[in-house]
Design a protein around this ligand. Sequence first.
Ligand code: PMP
Length: 417
Amino acid sequence: MLHWRVMSELDVAALRRDFPILQRTVNGKPLVYLDSAASSHKPRQVVDAMADYYYHHHANVHRGAHTLSTEATSLYESARATVARFLGAPDPASVVFTRNTTEALNLVVASWGGANLNEGDEVVVTVAEHHANLVPWHLFKRGRGIVLKAVGLTSEHRIDLEALREAITERTRAVATFHMSNVLGSINRVREIADLAHAVGAVLIVDGAQGAPHLSVDVQALDCDFYALSGHKMLGPTGIGALWARRSLLEAMPPFLGGGEMIRRVTLDDSSYAGIPQRFEAGTPAIAEAVGLAAAIDYLTDVGMDAVAAHDAALARYALERLDELEGITLYGPRGEDRGGIVTFNVDGIHPHDVASALDAEGIAVRAGHHCAQPLGTVLGARATARASFYLYTTEAEVDRFVEVLARTRDFFAAAV
Ligand code: PMP
């Protein structure tokens, strides 16, 4: 059968030259990296920005009155402004640097939840959340008496918005869900969910771990109240993430961690706290990583997030179309619009870890396991799955190679039975 060619505005060959790791081989074969949803690779521009920071500007921030400290502070604060711009946020002070999405979501649950949730209050999540948006609620729930409700999927593997509408009641204080699912690839209709939450006075907390790297995000247009992201999934370094929060909410929230940098005044018995965002950034922050994240955002912005999203979606459509032709492959996640560059699958009769090992032997990196979404695995009837995920540096030829090796793997195992 003839396939639609992947139409992409991106000059992928040129982009790939910025990513030295993509030149390497694995097990004697050219690397085909299809695990960007777990962590993306980094262009030279990001590593160079971090090296330049360390070689020429490093000192602690917000402390010394010396030149290097002023330069480091200015780079760190300008990285904050870059994150704010990238998210369409009006105000850099509403961006808190964290280690990753996980820490950002823990911050919201502990700090906002701690100040605002009481016995009998309800929080609505979905069955497809990453553990980072479930376990913090579980930890918080113990002893608090809040009720956690989970909304299910439609038969097409999208979040069931009708069920969500019904789950939200006058007792709902928060709705917490993903922008794009790390397993289904589905993109949630965040604006509609925000309207449903706000209609009962609840806040909307968005796990943007997959949204920020792959979609054009505008927190004002989405009308969410919190948006969390991880730098390492969006061409940036590990160890840095961010939480954007609506300013009025953030200003009213108590500190999350205590220590240096986040205080106004400390006596032996008590302390008072700095304003936002410093109140939420105890201790020396990840300065070089913030600089690296800003360089990653500059890179993505130069490429254009609409073009990145279109490229990922076109590759996913193409991969699904090719995989549909193979017997014995189960595919998860919706079809059509509102779907990003994630393709989750199983091969009949072969454990996904074996599938991943067979692909790795051919230089192809995919992820296998529960993808930190065990409740979703139960709903899908597949405790483990394999996942191929794409990014701006992924080529159509790589998808072809993946499909061909997968077909061979399936045939090899079938012959061995
Ligand atoms: N949410 C989603 C949807 C994710 O895909 C991930 C990363 N797999 C996370 C949260 C957690 O991200 P991190 O490990 O960077 O905190």
